[in-house]
Structure formats: structure tokens, C-alpha cells
Design a protein around this ligand. Structure first.
Ligand SMILES: NC(=O)c1ccc[n+]([C@@H]2O[C@H](COP(=O)([O-])OP(=O)(O)OC[C@H]3O[C@@H](n4cnc5c(N)ncnc54)[C@H](OP(=O)(O)O)[C@@H]3O)[C@@H](O)[C@H]2O)c1
Length: 252
């Protein structure tokens, strides 16, 4: 398969890419800047995969990627994994957020993705095959304190994916959602690198530990398979969250 993964600098994206490369797939990535793109391509080269390609796709300026994307559309795209997500810049309650900042976060994380989907769907429809995956979050349905724009964008994208599953399911296109819980990546390192945070969270998470990027990658297998009957499926990869170990809660 020829699979595109957005946010190539993310450890989750890299784990998915490495897993699929080992299965023989071709991978292209997108990144927010030329600097991060080159860093990621060097990463894959050092892992023994010099053929990974990519282009810059900034979520706030998606149309600027048109020419670069056209090259990959011409070659044919079998799968697209929407993994990129802007980092939460300021932790504020909703009513204190600057409305323009709020809007720009929501716009980027919805329309930066919508643009890509609208561009790549026609060639999937034409060849009657496509695999679309949205990397969401347990926050989409559970809510996370001071993450209003993030929660809004994740749940809105989940809604769109369910619509895609219905509208394109009979065109050979499967659209599904992965909801990670707490996965140890550089995105949240400021939390889990503090020993007591990881220890406390481990007492609450039913499986007793934060997740790893390769555990998220593993969950993509059935959703991307040629023969999948999973469409509009939601796979939570969260060690049991949002359920919580009450023994752990009592010890806080
Ligand atoms: N880690 C967790 O605990 C967790 C939990 C739930 C859900 N998730 C979801 O899993 C996905 C990956 O998470 P992660 O932990 O690997 O996060 P991450 O390290 O922040 O990776 C996200 C990637 O998105 C890209 N990105 C950020 N801002 C962008 C912009 N304005 N335009 C284009 N691309 C942009 C960046 O790619 P480049 O570096 O290539 O520019 C960045 O590396 C995200 O969708 C996140 O919401 C993660």
C-alpha cells in the first residue's frame, strides 16, 4: 500500500510508519516545516528506509501543499492517516481563551485535515479503495481540563469520519478512528518525565502504565488491512482508560 501519514515528526507517526515499512508499504509523511520534514526523512534513512518521501503541510495553510500533494495523488494514495495535531499552547479555561487564538486552533485541526481529505478522496473513489484513519484522543469523548479547542476539534473530526464511513463505505473506502489515551511521547514529556506523575497515573490506568507509540501503531493493523470489515470503527488504545482503577484513585 502507499500510505500518507501527517505529522511525521510525531513518535506515534514514526511508529506507524516503521511498522508499515516493515510490512512492505511505501510511506510518505507530511510535516509542519521543511526543517522538521528533513529531520524526519533523516530519521527514516538512518532506520534503513531511504525511500520515505514527504512534503510540508502546515495545518494553518493547507492549500500551500497543493503542488506537492498532486505528485502523490498521481502515484496513487491507498491510505491516509491524519495524525498531525497542533500542540496546546496555553492551558486556560475556555472563557479565558483569546477568541482568535481559539478559532485558529480549531480551524487548523479541522480544516487542515478536511482540505487533505477532499483532495485525496476522488482518486480513492476512482480506484474503489481507500483506508482513512483519524488519530483522535480519549479527550474527544471524555473532555480534558483546559483543552477546549483540542476536545472540540477532535470530536468534530470524529463526527466527520463517521460520515465518511457511511458515505464511502460502499466505494471500498473504510474510515475509522483511533483514540489514544496517555502515550509517552515528546508532546507530553513535561508531565511524564516527572517521576511522581508517571507513578500516580500508573496507579489509575487499569493496565498500570502509560502507553507507547508502538502500541498505538499495532492497533492500526486491522483498520488498514486490505480485507478489513472495520469501518466507522473506534479503537481506544488507552490501557483501559477512561475507566479508572479505583484503588489507585484512593491512594492519591
Ligand atoms: N501522546 C499522547 O498521549 C496522545 C494522546 C491522545 C491523542 N494523541 C494524538 O496522537 C497524535 C500524535 O501525538 P504525539 O504525541 O506524537 O504528538 P506530537 O509529538 O505533538 O506530534 C504531532 C505532530 O503534528 C505535527 N504538527 C503540529 N503542529 C502542526 C501544524 N501547525 N501543521 C502541521 N503539522 C503540525 C508535527 O509534525 P512535524 O514535527 O512533522 O512538523 C508534530 O510532530 C496527535 O493527533 C495527538 O492529538 C496523542
Amino acid at each position: 500500500m502507499n500510505i500518507g501519514i501527517t505529522g511525521g515528526g510525531s513518535e506515534i507517526a514514526r511508529a506507524i510508519a516503521l511498522r508499515r515499512l516493515k510490512m512492505g508499504d511505501s510511506i510518505f509523511i507530511t510535516s509542519s516545516s521543511m526543517e522538521s520534514l528533513l529531520e524526519s526523512l533523516t530519521f527514516f534513512k538512518n532506520q534503513g528506509y531511504p525511500n520515505v518521501e514527504g512534503f510540508v503541510h502546515h495545518l494553518e495553510d493547507p492549500a500551500a501543499s497543493q503542488t506537492a500533494l498532486d505528485v502523490f495523488i498521481k502515484k496513487g494514495i491507498d491510505g491516509l492517516i491524519l495524525n498531525a495535531s497542533t500542540r496546546v499552547r496555553t492551558l486556560k479555561p475556555f472563557h479565558e481563551m483569546d477568541p482568535l487564538d481559539f478559532k485558529s486552533q480549531v480551524d487548523a485541526n479541522i480544516y487542515g485535515n478536511v482540505w487533505l481529505l477532499q483532495k485525496i478522496l476522488p482518486q480513492m473513489i476512482e480506484k474503489k479503495f481507500g483506508r482513512l484513519l483519524f488519530i483522535s484522543s480519549v479527550s474527544a469523548t471524555q473532555g480534558t481540563s483546559r483543552y477546549a479547542a483540542y476536545c472540540l476539534a477532535k470530536s468534530a473530526m470524529e463526527g466527520l469520519f463517521l460520515n465518511l464511513a457511511v458515505d464511502y463505505g460502499n466505494a471500498g473506502i473504510a474510515a475509522s478512528i483511533i483514540r489514544p489515551g496517555l502515550i509517552a511521547t515528546s508532546r507530553n514529556k513535561k508531565f511524564w518525565s516527572r517521576g511522581h506523575y508517571a507513578e500516580k497515573m500508573a496507579t489509575i490506568i487499569p493496565q498500570g502504565a502509560l502507553g507507547t507509540p508502538d502500541q498505538v501503531a499495532e492497533a492500526t493493523d486491522p483498520l488498514l488491512s486490505n480485507n478489513t470489515y472495520m469501518n466507522g470503527s473506534v479503537v481506544t488504545v488507552a490501557g483501559g482508560l477512561p475507566m479508572m482503577n479505583s484503588k489507585g484513585l484512593l491512594s492519591l
